[in-house]
Structure formats: C-alpha cells, structure tokens
Design a protein around this ligand. Structure first.
Ligand code: ADP
Length: 496
C-alpha cells in the first residue's frame, strides 16, 4: 500500500482549507495554491507549502493543467486533491497527472468521462436497468425528429445539453409551438458553453425533489453508500440549502434509492467518492439524473450524520487501502443542514455583490461548522465564485437543526457586504419548509413570502444602537423574523 507524503490541493477557498485539515490529521504535507489577488485569503497560508500562481484569467492559474503538473513535479508531490469545480472532473487533467506519475485523488478516468456526458451516462444506466426520466437521448439530432419525440413524451418537456452542467443549455418547453425556438436557443447556449450542441429531451417533472446519494468505493471492489442528502432548495438550478436525512423518504424508499446508487457504482466499476443524483416525483418514483465524480460542496452534512471524514476516506482509497467497514456499520444519526452563504443580493435576482468583509462572527453554539474561504478584512471580488462560506449544523432532529441553523446564521453576520444570509433565514422560517415540503421550485413558488420587508425608521435606529453598543447583529436578528438587516439599508455605513 502507498503512503502519501505530500499532496497538492488544486483548488482554493473553503474547500482547499477543508482538504488541508484532513491532510494535517493524516500527517501528509499540503501544498496550497493562491493567486496574487488572494494573498490575504486564509487558504493562501493554510498549507505546509504555498505556491503563488501569479495573476491572469483562470486558464492561466487554477485551470492551467501543464502549469499544475509542472508544480507537482517540482515539489515532488505524491498526489493531487482537486476539490470540486475547477479541474475535478476534467479527464485531460487526470491523464496528464497519470503520465507524470502523480496520483489523482478521484475516480478512474473512464468513469469521469462516461458520467461527464448526460447522453453517454443515460445509455449506460439504461442497459443496467436503472430508472431514467422518460425521454429521448439517442443520436438523431434533427429538429423535426426531436419535435416529434417531444410530442410523444408529452409536454411540458425539458431540453438539456448533453455536455451540460450548472443548468446551462437547459430549456423548459410548455407546448408544441414553442419547441423549435427553445431547441435552437438551447443548442446555441450549449455550443457557446461546451463546444458541443448535442441535446436530449426529458419529461419535465413538475415540483420534484432533488435527492442524491453519497457513494464511496475502494480499489478492492467494495461499494458503499453513505445515505442521502436532499438538495431541493435551489435558485437558478443551484443548491442553497441541503439536509440529511431527507424529510421526504420512508425508510423503505430510502433503502431502495441508496441501493440503486450502489448498483450504479458497481456498474461503473467506480473508485473513490461520488454522488448519484436523482429526481423524486410526488408519487415516489425516482429517476437517475447524473453522477458527479468528485467530492460535493454539500458533503459536510453527510459527514455530520454518519460521523465520517469523506476526504480521509478518499485519500485512503487513493492509497490503495481496503476500507475496513461494512455497509451495515454506516448509520444516519440525527439531522444535519448546510446553507451556502453567497455574496449576492437575493432581492436583485441574486446578483453577485462585492466588498470587504468587516466582521465574520463567531459561533455561540455546539455542533456548528463554518467552512469559510474568507476572514474579516478580506475583499470579495468577482474573480471567483460568489460562495464565501458554508454553514453546517447538526442536531438530534430536523426541527432542532432548523432552529439551530437560524441561531448560527445570527452568529455569523458576514458584515460589510450584501449576502443572502437573511434570505436563508427567511427560508428556514417558512412554514412550508418547516413542514418538510421541499421541492425544486420552492424559491420561485414562495418568492413573495421570501422577499425582504423594509425596516421602519424606528427599527433602523434600534439596529444601529444594537450594532454600536453590542458589536453584533444578534439582537436584531433574534427579534425579527422577516426583515432585511439594517446595514443593507444604510448605504455607506461601515464598521470603523
Ligand atoms: P446540470 O448538470 O446542468 O446541473 P441536472 O440534470 O443535474 O443539470 O439538473 C439540475 C437541476 O434541474 C435538478 O436538480 C432539478 O432541479 C432540475 N431538473 C433536471 N431535470 C429535470 C426534469 N426532467 N424535470 C424537472 N426538473 C429537472
């Protein structure tokens, strides 16, 4: 069995820090990357070795495969952890590392390639008897043919780019007469984003839930699942609140979905950490959506309910170790929720915001984990993803976890720039969410309920006093369920 001595983390921000923490626990040296612009960010100085990638577009820094491979050689690293995003699912990166004799802490290239294309992955799943959303994913791309297929499936339908990701190249079509125009625009967007305009068509499931299963496989043919996460609360097809277990599943349906995910891992001869995503319809039918061949943003909730360190397991698998447990030893215990804190303005169509973080905050609770890429004094710019932190809480039950998250969000105000914090609080307080009725159009359906209410003059004054004298937002946040915070309204008002 191999034992890594030094690992390069080909990523930044909160995920680079999260991976480095596990490396430290395992006595493996971490090599961290940063750019000129990120010198003061926590990840830049978090590792044992820090490398400045200079400046320029991402293609010159974090996405520059040859540069990263050279750095691996120069610093004699044994393996690379790619985090999520960036190069984590790019087969050419995996191949270049292999040629250089560096291990990728990730799946085999074949699995990465097969799952990177929606059409290919569906073909494999169809053969394996995995339930798919009714639709067409064949080779014929002629528009008249596709239009006929759409009629066969029955409207509404969804056009998806085969090479797609992040909701790009996706179009809902309500009726026959709108099909051709939607097809053209989906193809145009797909060509621009992925250089490939192949599409597939699916039945559009109204108000579904997004359920995903964490899987982990070793090189000895063992395939495990670490139960499910529910990620139905999304904006622009991107998750903002995730929880485990899902409030929607009976124990038998849970077992069935998780077993299906394991079957998919077996079919793929999978190795390492992966996530199988499903769409769950109101009648309990579930369908394979896609498999992400990497660690997910929302992995911490699984770590909290199963008491495992998924990054540690990834590393042990990459070192060739046989995982020393059985499926029946992996339990779901209690309830965990994660929220993604974004530098963005939910009241202006989630437009990214920029600024300097004056105060991050500090937790006054047990069972709270903040995975943040920023500290007080740091500047948030538009150069990188607007997700600045993830807040994760664990408690004995769902209601307890929701209440705890509401308090935890008060403890971490991230003052100085506009964030989605209060918006997240409004979701947590929403009656329908609290009842466990979550679905992918939640945010759209309850847009009016989730809007910020303006503060009265008195409330603004009260908030300023609380801010000045207590140095915290807690007082206001605990008293007010449905308001925007005062500093959002006090343009120019800053600490100091
Ligand atoms: P991407 O790879 O672009 O993220 P996915 O296929 O993973 O696209 O779908 C992203 C999200 O879009 C899902 O989580 C779900 O909310 C929604 N979605 C996808 N397919 C369907 C469908 N057939 N019906 C309804 N919603 C869907």
């Amino acid at each position: 069995m191999k034992k890594f001595k030094r690992v390069l983390i080909a990523n930044r921000g909160e995920i680079a820090i999260r991976v480095a923490k596990t490396l430290r626990e395992l006595d493996i040296e971490s090599v961290m990357l940063f750019t000129d612009e990120e010198k003061d960010l926590p990840h830049a100085s978090f590792g044992d070795i820090s490398i400045n990638l200079g400046s320029g577009p991402l293609s010159d820094t974090y996405l520059n495969i040859s540069k990263l491979v050279e750095l691996c050689k120069e610093h004699k690293v044994d393996a690379v952890h790619p985090g999520y995003g960036f190069l984590s699912e790019r087969a050419p990166f995996a191949k270049a590392l292999k040629e250089a004799g560096v291990e990728l802490i990730g799946p085999p290239t074949a699995a990465m390639e097969a799952m990177g294309d929606k059409k290919t992955s569906k073909e494999i799943m169809e053969k394996a008897g995995i339930p798919l959303i009714p639709g067409y994913h064949g080779d014929n791309q002629e528009s008249d043919f596709l239009a006929k297929e759409a009629v066969k499936i029955g409207f509404p339908i969804l056009i998806k780019a085969s090479a797609g990701g992040g909701g790009k190249g996706m179009r809902i079509v309500e009726k026959d007469s709108e099909f051709q125009e939607a097809l053209e625009s989906a193809k145009r967007e797909a060509m621009n984003a992925f250089g490939d305009d192949k599409v597939l068509i699916e039945k559009y499931i109204t108000d579904p839930r997004h359920i995903e299963v964490q899987v982990m496989s070793d090189t000895h043919g063992q395939h495990f699942h670490f139960w499910e996460r529910e990620c139905s609360i999304q904006r622009r097809y991107q998750k903002i609140v995730e929880e485990s277990p899902s409030p929607a599943l009976s124990q038998s349906l849970r077992e069935e979905i998780c077993q299906t995910a394991v079957k998919i891992s077996e079919t793929m001869n999978y190795v390492g950490a992966g996530t199988v995503e499903f769409i769950l319809d109101k009648d309990g039918s579930f369908y394979f959506l896609e498999m992400n061949t990497r660690l997910q943003v929302e992995h911490p909730i699984t770590e909290m309910v199963t008491g495992s360190d998924l990054v540690q397991l990834q590393i042990r698998v990459a070192q060739g170790e046989k995982l020393p447990f059985t499926q029946s030893e992996i339990h779901q215990n209690g309830h965990a929720i994660e929220v993604r804190i974004y530098a963005e303005n939910p009241d202006q169509d989630f437009m990214p915001s920029i600024g300097t973080i004056d105060v991050v905050g500090e937790s006054r609770l047990l069972g709270v984990r903040l995975d943040s890429g920023y500290k007080a004094g740091n500047e948030v710019t538009t150069s990188f993803d607007p997700m600045i932190a993830k807040l994760i809480v664990w408690s004995t039950g769902r209601t307890e976890a929701i209440n705890k998250m509401d308090k935890a969000l008060s403890d971490y105000p991230f003052l100085g720039l506009t964030t989605n914090r209060d918006y997240l609080k409004r979701i947590l307080k929403h009656e329908t969410f609290r009842e466990g009725v979550t679905f992918t159009h939640f945010v759209k359906t309850y847009a009016d309920d989730l809007k910020a209410r303006s503060l009265s003059r008195e409330e603004v004054i009260q908030a300023i006093l609380a801010y000045e004298f207590m140095g915290t937002t807690t007082k206001l946040a605990e008293n007010e369920a449905h308001v925007t915070t005062a500093w959002d309204q006090l343009s120019g008002f800053r600490l100091n």
